[in-house]
Design a protein around this ligand. Structure first.
Ligand code: ARG
Length: 643
């Protein structure tokens, strides 16, 4: 299946070619979902944009396009009507019969994570690197890492679903002078960690880090030893490397379980930290040093802009200058703001590593696109890195080949009720592990309260209570975040994210469980039609029996609306991927759940008038559940069968 929006676009393109010749192919048909239900399902504004160019009245242009559409059998099969409206809109009403046919053609369910609902992968898959999470080693993950981790994960899932080859990269901060301090401290405080690293563990990474930094500040002799450790690390001294490796491993023991709990797909294999690039940095810097001055290739940034590689106070800097000699980046005092790639003491920096990483990703991983997910404070850093590598020509693998696309996906801050960045009561960073514990604890309390209420009780076993609480608690935290426009700050609120009403994970998960229970009842009447198993814990086998031969009818308005929404899943994913805007998916799912509830109110399923209608409606239930499960799966949120 190709999304409805894409199919309409194709039909309009054909009509535009028929109307104005080959150049019509390059005109965007401007197809949008209709603003209001009574206007139809979609609308095209193309006539308005074309009229000026053609020197005609928009309404006349629209009428011509419509004529060509009506002459095209595929167009009249897909659509019931094309109506002219206003100054020159074309309102499109889809054919219910065609939609029903599309729904009926959706193949049987595949297991969770592999259920494509008939949506075809892209025709030209790309290799896309997604750089996300990327915590700094030797620190506990705190709430500041939540957004990069879950937003990046959803982006990777959505792009993968589209059919692209995704390479996840966890660019952990595992290199730099602080490791001299940590290694020196470890060698003195816990020498056994070097001999028996498997048995000795750091209970509190954060405390260890603090202790080490404090000593570094207060004890001059220690400071000297720490500096010597940095040199030893660069020279690959065996005992220092062992200390370093121990610290990296201990950090990983803290963050891998957090990923797992969050349902984030990152594994150790995706880790390619800053240390990986250490022995490539000198070469990167030498390249720029040799180039001295680089004029940017045309079209990549302002005409005539250039890079100047110069020493300033002993540090090697890249200055970005426009054609008129103005700095492209300025510091708050208005002075030229360069990207430093080597400090006066010879040390390389965060930026140097990112230059090396782009080169590696483009030339060795074969990336066609690289997506970085970090908070908005790094916007300027990435702007400089992107500008430098584009100028250097590192974003095209060979002369004339397509430019590698570099995207920085930013997000705002999570705020507390006081509208300041979320902290614990004592003013510390909230540890991510603690936050997740709290979420599950609250979800569990909610479920236990329901179980105590005779009207709400489900009769869960202890194991089920814990399983559902885990899914709901973690799902609530993730969904509350992912359903925001990522660029804005948002206030963290337990009550809001755990509410059973509104655009929340519990509401959607409950809706899913409810649909599944209706479906189970229907299937229990021995029609053998149910196709979805959440199958998340690996124990449930997929029942591949499907409702083959079931004819779907979309007669009632509520059926039609629900059916159309299910079919819109494909274009929702397209829009999410196009703008890397995840809240379009959460909005879609919320709307889907709402339309299902309306459908269920207005259209009896189990007690439908005829067997045919009953089977059709049951199939709509099944497709709704599958779509919700797939959508939530793209968000990395697990559904439960009962709630
Ligand atoms: N470790 C960095 C931080 O905590 C994030 C790294 C993002 N990725 C990158 N390639 N710079 O801020």
């Amino acid at each position: 299946m190709i999304s409805i929006a894409e199919q309409l676009k194709d039909l309009f393109s054909q009509a535009l070619v028929a109307f104005m010749g080959e150049e019509g192919r390059n005109v965007d048909p401007l197809i949008r979902p209709a603003g209001e239900e009574r206007f139809g399902d979609y609308q095209s504004n193309v006539a308005m944009s074309l009229a000026k160019r053609l020197g005609a009245k928009p309404r006349d242009v629209a009428a011509k396009i419509r004529e060509h559409l009506l002459a095209e059998p595929t167009a009249t099969e897909l659509c019931e009507s094309f109506a002219l409206a206003g100054p020159g809109f074309i309102n499109i009403r889809l054919s219910a019969g065609w939609m029903a046919g599309q729904l009926a053609a959706i193949p049987a369910a595949a297991p969770r994570g592999a259920d494509r609902l008939g949506i075809e992968p892209v025709a030209a898959p790309q290799t896309v690197v997604v750089d996300y999470s990327s915590p700094n080693i030797a620190k506990q993950m705190h709430v500041g890492h939540l957004r990069s981790t879950i937003i990046g994960d959803v982006i990777a899932r959505v792009i993968g679903f589209e059919g692209h080859r995704v390479i996840r990269q966890n660019h952990v901060g595992d290199w730099g002078t602080q490791f001299g301090v940590l290694c020196a401290h470890l060698k003195e405080k816990m020498p056994t960690a070097l001999d028996r690293p498997a048995d000795v563990h750091l209970a509190d990474l954060e405390a260890f880090y603090r202790e080490a930094s404090l000593r570094d500040e207060e004890d001059a002799a220690f400071h000297e030893r720490a500096r010597a450790e940095v040199v030893a690390l660069h020279n690959q001294d065996e005992s220092t490397l062992r200390a370093w490796r121990y610290i990296v491993d201990e950090s990983r023991r803290h963050y891998l379980p957090v990923y797992q709990r969050l349902g984030v797909l990152l594994t150790q294999a995706d880790e390619r930290g800053e240390s990986f690039y250490a022995d490539r940095l000198a070469d990167v810097v030498a390249w720029f040093e040799r180039a001295r001055q680089i004029t940017a290739p045309a079209g990549l940034f302002p005409d005539g802009a250039m890079l100047r590689v110069e020493e300033s106070d002993g540090a090697l800097c890249i200055f970005f200058v426009t054609a008129s000699g103005e700095p492209m980046f300025k510091n708050p005092q208005g002075k030229p703001f360069p990207m430093i790639v080597r400090k006066s003491d010879g040390a390389f920096l965060y930026a140097t590593t990112d230059l090396a990483a782009v080169r590696f990703r483009v030339f060795e991983l074969g990336a066609d696109r690289v997506i970085y997910v970090t908070d908005a404070r790094q916007a300027q850093h990435f702007e400089m890195v992107f500008t430098a590598v584009r100028a250097a020509g590192w974003t095209s693998r060979e002369a004339g080949s397509a430019e590698v696309k570099l995207d920085h996906v930013t997000f705002g801050t999570i705020l507390g009720e006081d509208r300041k960045p979320l902290k614990t009561r004592s003013g510390e960073n909230v540890r991510l592990a603690d936050l997740l514990d709290e979420a599950v604890r609250r979800a569990e309390a909610m479920i236990r309260a329901n179980e105590a209420d005779p009207d709400k009780r489900r009769g869960f076993s202890e194991a089920e209570i814990r399983d559902v609480a885990e899914a709901v608690g973690i799902g609530a935290v993730k969904y509350a975040d992912l359903s925001q426009n990522r660029q804005v700050d948002y206030v963290f609120s337990w009550d809001r994210m755990l509410a059973m009403e509104g655009n929340t994970a519990p509401y959607l998960m409950y809706a899913y469980a409810r649909i599944r229970s209706i479906y189970r009842k229907g299937a229990g009447d021995n029609r053998g039609e149910w196709s979805v198993e959440s199958g998340d814990r690996g124990q449930a086998t997929e029942d591949r029996k499907q409702a083959t031969g079931v004819v779907i009818t979309l007669t009632e308005p509520a059926e039609r609306m629900l059916g159309r929404q299910i079919l819109r899943f494909a274009e929702t994913i397209e829009s999410v991927a196009a703008g890397l805007r995840i809240n379009l998916l959460t909005d879609y799912l919320y709307e889907l759940a709402g339309l299902f509830m309306k459908f269920y109110e207005q259209c009896p399923v189990l007690r439908a008038g005829t067997d045919e209608v009953r089977a059709s409606r049951l199939r709509l239930c099944d497709l709704t559940a599958r779509t919700m499960r797939s959508g939530l799966d793209l968000l990395g949120i697990r559904v439960v069968e009962r709630m």
